[in-house]
Ligand binder design. Structure first.
Ligand SMILES: [Zn+2]
Length: 168
């Protein structure tokens, strides 16, 4: 049996709070653009290689989620499609599509701030990130700067900004 990612040692030097702060700043920009306040950054060796936010409304593309965009940009900038050394920081627990993209890219570590009980695929709604039925698993760190992200989401809701599709 493949050991669950998560038994590996942390990259202790990575500053989770700092990079989540970058994602938070980007999420604020998304909110300013009328998108859900969802953003992601990709980090390698303590350097940010991609920064993205939701652009579903702007592009009319329902797959234009921050995590997918960050994975694409990181692959483009690094010039390769295997991204095991990349850590993704995202404000909101990623959906099934986004977790699928992380797994396809061989990314090992996902850091998110707030859980998403409606659509989260790292245990919030379903568990795809650490499924025993798949050949790869993500190491998941959650709750980094969660309060700030939830405050941003409350402000978004108060403004009537679109939420990610919610269960209803
Ligand atoms: Zn997504």
């Amino acid at each position: 049996m493949v050991p669950v990612a998560g038994t590996r040692l942390y990259h202790r030097s990575v500053n989770y709070e700092l990079f989540m702060g970058e994602a938070l700043a980007e999420a604020q920009l998304a909110l300013d653009d009328g998108e859900p306040p969802c953003a992601a950054v990709a980090v390698v060796d303590e350097a940010m290689v991609a920064r993205a936010r939701d652009r579903v409304r702007e592009t009319g593309d329902p797959t234009a989620h921050a995590v997918v965009a960050a994975v694409r940009e990181a692959a483009r900038r690094l010039g390769r499609d295997r991204l095991a050394d990349v850590t993704i920081f995202t404000t909101l627990e990623p959906c099934a599509m986004c977790v699928g993209a992380l797994l396809q890219a061989d990314i090992e570590t996902l850091v998110f701030a707030a859980p998403d009980p409606d659509n989260g695929a790292a245990g919030g709604a379903i568990q795809l990130a650490q499924s025993a039925q798949l050949p790869r698993r993500l190491r998941v760190v959650s709750g980094i700067r969660r309060d700030e992200v939830e405050e941003l989401r409350r402000r978004a809701a108060a403004r009537g900004a679109p939420a990610r599709a919610r269960a209803s």
